[in-house]
Ligand binder design. Structure first.
Ligand code: HEM
Length: 374
């Protein structure tokens, strides 16, 4: 029998590269979170050096890179790894304080746009188009940032990027539960509105208020049509992932309503509540929900389901509730405690995932696992 040649992103050397990139992502994530805590006045080791880069470290350096890695594995071509490699280089540049390194992030996102375009060409579907759209919006934000725009000016592009990417990812995973045609069309209209508004808000900040209803409607769409609604009644990993997805969508709904009601200032408690309702409530909840699916695909690191995974998920959400209650009631002590709880939830999730690996379960073939990512 002919030996089967693994895709260029799957060989032992590529796997080593992928795991190396994940290590850089983990270091960037830790630094970004510590910088966030430092912004709240919590005494942390090396975070204070990165106060200004808290958002860029997390959005571009950590999540931008890991999502690029997942897309590169989905494409299955060696050149796709250039996107996460450049993203990781951009993260390292931020960590060492090399300001011109911002252009590495821009380059990473240009390659990521090309990568997503190649995936669309191979598989033209609503979810591949939405990922391409989200990446194009993020690349626009990165370009503005590299040319000197402060984070608050481009923050709408970051929100749009995460929402478009996550909705696309959920659409891909929900392919077995077809949605009515009108609903699929409605989602495309919402996605287009989100992209246009996010780009326009970079120059017209008052438009951030119009983002609110679009985010809220997108959340309603997810709560109504996502496969998670059915899976939440099952047991094990599907129920855990579905709980994370539904809780995340609920935060997106609440934040959308909030954003529709207030003007988004460039800093302060209202800014904090609106941003972290999306970035912690929606994004991190989805990250927890999908990590047991994505980690095996990108790094062949199994995360075995255990009920203990619910503890960090609950802590994440309880911490955020406390933080936002404090934001709205202007209590800085509770705000800090809530933020610390969210940071601890990340640590607890990582520890639980690592400990779960020590319990054995039957191995699936690498090809089988990676094919999910397409
Ligand atoms: C426990 C975790 C976190 C803490 C303690 C934290 C803390 C903070 C603080 C204190 C601010 C400033 C808000 C203000 O102006 O009053 C901020 C802004 C921001 N955060 Fe976080 N954050 C955390 C997690 C995240 C995550 C996971 C993301 C993204 C995925 C994120 C993205 C941002 C962004 C984009 C900004 C705006 C940056 C700017 O305008 O300079 N944060 N964060």
């Amino acid at each position: 029998m002919e030996p089967v040649t693994p895709p260029p992103t799957s060989g032992p050397r590529a796997l080593l590269v992928r795991r190396g990139l994940l290590l850089i992502v983990a270091a960037t994530l830790a630094t970004g979170v510590l910088a966030g805590l430092a912004r709240l006045g919590v005494l942390v080791g090396w975070g204070p050096r990165y106060l200004v880069d808290h958002g860029p470290l997390l959005v571009f350096g950590a999540f931008g890179t890991v999502i690029a890695l997942e897309r590169a594995v989905a494409l299955g071509r060696g050149w796709g790894l250039v996107a996460p490699a450049l993203g990781a280089a951009g993260a390292v540049a931020m960590l060492v304080g090399f300001a011109d390194g911002r252009w590495l992030t821009v380059a990473a996102l240009v390659v990521l746009v090309a990568l997503n375009a190649a995936i669309v060409r191979r598989q033209p579907a609503t979810f591949t188009w939405l990922m391409l759209l989200g990446t194009a919006v993020l690349a626009y934000g990165a370009l503005r940032w590299a040319r000197g725009a402060p984070p608050f000016q481009i923050v709408a592009t970051w929100i749009a990027y995460f929402v478009l990417t996550i909705v696309a990812e959920r659409l891909e995973l929900s392919r077995l539960a077809p949605t009515p045609r009108w609903a699929a069309r409605a989602l495309v209209v919402l996605a287009a509105a989100l992209a246009v508004l996010a780009i326009a808000a970079c120059d017209h900040p008052t438009l951030s208020r119009a983002l609110g209803p679009v985010l809220a409607l997108t959340a309603v769409w997810q709560l109504r049509f996502d496969l998670a609604r059915r899976l939440v009644r099952r047991a094990g990993l599907p129920a855990f992932a579905a709980t994370g997805v539904l809780a995340g969508a609920a935060w997106l709904l609440a934040t959308g309503v909030f954003l529709a009601a207030v003007e988004l200032p460039p800093a302060g408690p209202t800014y904090d509540a609106a941003l972290h309702g999306v970035f912690i409530g929606y994004v991190l909840s989805m990250v927890f929900a999908h990590a047991p699916i994505i980690l095996p695909a990108v790094a062949r690191l199994e995360v075995r389901f255990t009920r203990a995974l619910y503890a960090p998920l609950a802590l994440l959400h309880l911490g955020l509730i406390a933080r936002i209650a404090a934001d709205l009631g202007a209590s800085s002590g509770l705000r800090r405690s809530g933020a610390i709880a969210s940071a601890l939830a990340l640590v607890l999730f990582a520890v639980t995932a690592v400990v779960s690996r020590s319990a054995r379960r039957p191995r699936a073939s690498p090809a089988g696992r990676e094919s999910r990512a397409t």
